[in-house]
Ligand binder design. Structure first.
Ligand SMILES: Cc1cc2nc3c(=O)[nH]c(=O)nc-3n(C[C@H](O)[C@H](O)[C@H](O)COP(=O)(O)O)c2cc1C
Length: 193
């Protein structure tokens, strides 16, 4: 493929850092980021996503999200100016039937907010490393809603603020499967670009 044939610069720029700068995020930027999530598509337009958003040193929400993260994620999220949880709604509102896309759709909303954040020169790092059971308790999340992922959001920081083992993880080169391994014209027959 022609080396000048590139993906959008926001996709080139995005990655999941661990070194965050705890500088506060401007309100209008925060609004645009979550407005982007709100505009994501969803099955039957159910919008089965809810976001719990905590700002560092503003109220208790940030501390509560931090408290449900695994210890390994706590080691680097300590400087993130925003910590949050994404929660999925299990059943459709109109008929109370199970929504098979209760996690898929929040994932799309997460992608939308991530790219808006990237456009604002901010970074998102999603985390499966948290306790959904603890999150339900700490935030009194009612039955019918399930925590999907946690996330850190903020300006990027200098890697030297990180403990050495985590800093080394930051330096690892981005690895991805080849297009031929994931894009097919028939099952496992690579699509020809
Ligand atoms: C649903 C989800 C859960 C993740 N959980 C964690 C996590 O608990 N801790 C962590 O350090 N990174 C976590 N990550 C980040 C991934 O490891 C990262 O996205 C992947 O290695 C690709 O790197 P990149 O995002 O920098 O391109 C998670 C990402 C996603 C999408």
């Amino acid at each position: 493929m022609d080396p000048n044939n590139k993906v959008h610069e926001l996709i080139e720029k995005r990655w999941s850092p661990r070194a965050f700068d705890s500088r506060e995020i401007e309100r209008e930027k925060l609004w645009r980021i979550f407005e982007a999530a709100r505009r994501a598509p969803s099955s039957f337009n159910e919008q089965p996503w809810r976001f719990i958003v905590g700002e560092k040193q503003k109220g208790e929400t940030w501390n509560k999200v931090f408290s449900v993260l695994t210890e390994s994620n706590q080691r680097w999220t300590i400087n993130a100016s925003v910590l949050g949880l994404i929660v999925g709604k299990s059943n459709f509102t109109k008929n109370d039937k199970p929504n098979k896309h209760k996690f898929y759709d929040p994932g799309q909303a997460a992608a939308f907010l991530t790219f808006q954040a990237t456009a604002e020169d901010l970074y998102v790092h999603q985390m499966a490393g948290f306790s959904p059971e603890e999150a339900v308790k700490v935030f009194n999340i009612p039955a019918g809603y399930e925590p999907v992922t946690a996330f850190a959001l903020g300006y990027i920081g200098k890697p030297d603020i990180l403990p050495e083992d985590i800093r080394k993880m930051e330096e690892k080169k981005l690895m991805r499967k080849e297009l031929s391994e994931i894009i097919f014209s028939e099952w496992e027959i690579p699509f020809k670009f």
